[in-house]
Design a protein around this ligand. Structure first.
Ligand SMILES: [Zn+2]
Length: 431
């Protein structure tokens, strides 16, 4: 008796549409009832999750992802999927473009089980789809993120200038920079962020050119309640009244493992008559900077009433802290009294409970020193007395000069540069 062969049409639930695809960083929790075996040598630490309901007649599938609108040519990813569960998420690694939408076609092939060959017949279906923003913004939003959900486990990935600008649209989010971002040719509008974590991943932002006029400027104009780490700002020029290579102002934030090498030109604001610059941060309010360094030149457009310049931070209040940092650039404002190799002015009139500068150094060069503090009462003008120290070129090139620095994991001495550098920038991983 011959039974008529049945094509395995019931491959998929009706819910399997492009809108159901999830673009995720990992397969997540261990799954039962499914084994996905990806083709040789294909690797990506992010990909696509496809909710799938199998046919009751087979457990044997192949899932393939092709670039473009049809299943033509060689698939980018192909996986054998053995599935005994009735319903499960099929996770496929896929290194799609993280900076914008990209079109793919999913082809699912079903094969009959060995004992049903002749009874059932293989079948295939194709599902074209386009990657969508993962940050909740509408498709087409400039700079929307295409990888990550902004959590600590699955941060938004930043891979382009537009995406860097889009950081400002997601306060409270966590970010990871995927590669170097070059801002050359495009004036930068300083970001303002609150409650974020930005991990540069050992990557650089190049050619930052921003001008705050009589306002403030930096990569961020204002960084609040945030953490920035493992990020370098290299090349370009920052202009404004209160400026920093990283942030003009930083409040209740933490900066770790960063460096800057930018030109900074500060001018007098139209409110207080101040011009303030710092290699990392212009003005700090209760912010902590650790294991950072700055190069570059800081100058002023005019000789103002008061210009505060610091190699790392220009001005602090509210118990800011600076630990294990050095400056090997140039401060060139007119009044040397307010220039510090680490910090320009420590304002002790607001919430000051003790000196919180430790193991910081600067390359002795032009006429500046250890900065000034502003006592709760009395005149500006007394120098710091602890925590920061000038080094000559030979001392800067010797690890033994740096008290309590971690040269095993955080820093290494670069004999060519004649100064310490941060290890995180040695071999950053692009993605
Ligand atoms: Zn968004």
């Amino acid at each position: 008796m011959m039974s008529r062969a049945v094509r395995l049409r019931r491959l998929l639930t009706a819910s399997l549409t492009a809108g159901m695809f999830l673009f995720t960083a990992s397969a997540g929790a261990a799954q039962s009832g499914i084994t996905v075996t990806v083709q040789d040598n294909y690797q990506a630490d992010y990909g696509v999750t496809i909710p799938f309901t199998r046919s009751p007649r087979t457990t044997d599938y192949t899932f393939s992802l092709y670039e473009g609108g049809s299943a033509a040519g060689t698939p980018a990813v192909s996986a054998k999927v053995e599935m005994t569960a009735a319903q499960e998420d099929v996770y496929l690694p896929l290194a799609y473009d993280i900076t914008g939408p990209q079109s793919y076609t999913l082809k699912i092939e079903a094969r009959p089980l060995a004992d049903r060959i002749g009874t059932d017949m293989a079948a295939a279906r194709e599902f074209p789809f386009t990657t969508k923003p993962t940050c909740g913004c509408a498709a087409g939003t400039a700079g929307a993120f295409y990888r990550g959900n902004g959590s600590a486990a699955d941060p938004f990935y930043v891979g382009s200038q537009q995406q860097l600008a889009h950081v400002g649209a997601h306060n409270g989010g966590q970010f990871k920079q995927a590669r170097d971002v070059d801002l050359a040719g495009n004036p930068w509008t300083s970001l303002s962020s609150d409650g974020i974590v930005y991990d540069g991943g050992g990557h650089r932002i190049k050619n930052l050119k921003t001008d705050g006029g009589v306002g403030d400027a930096g990569l961020w104009v204002l960084l609040s309640n945030s953490t920035v780490k493992n990020l370098a700002i290299v090349g370009g020029e920052v202009r404004g009244s209160i400026i920093g290579g990283l942030a003009g102002k930083a409040s209740s934030s933490t900066v770790q493992g960063c460096y800057t090498d930018v030109s900074m030109v500060s001018n007098v604001d139209n409110v207080y008559g101040h011009a303030i610059s710092g290699g990392l941060i212009g003005a700090s309010y209760g912010t902590v900077v650790e294991d950072c360094y700055a190069l570059g030149k800081q100058s002023v457009t005019t000789a103002p009433y008061a210009n505060y310049q610091g190699g790392i931070i220009g001005y602090t209040q509210n118990d800011s802290a600076i630990s294990r940092c050095y400056f090997a650039g140039i401060l060139s404002a007119g009044n040397a009294r307010y220039l510090g190799g680490t910090l320009g002015v420590q304002d002790r009139r607001f919430g000051f409970s003790g000196d919180r500068i430790g193991s910081c150094y600067w390359l002795v060069g032009t006429a500046y020193g250890i900065g000034t503090y502003m006592p709760p009462t009395g005149a500006l003008g007394d120098p710091f007395n602890s925590g920061t120290q000038g080094l000559g070129a030979a001392q800067l090139a010797s690890a033994s000069s740096f008290s309590s620095w971690n040269f095993e994991n955080v820093w290494r001495m670069d004999s060519g540069a004649g100064r310490p550098v941060l290890r995180v920038f040695d071999n950053p991983k692009d993605s």
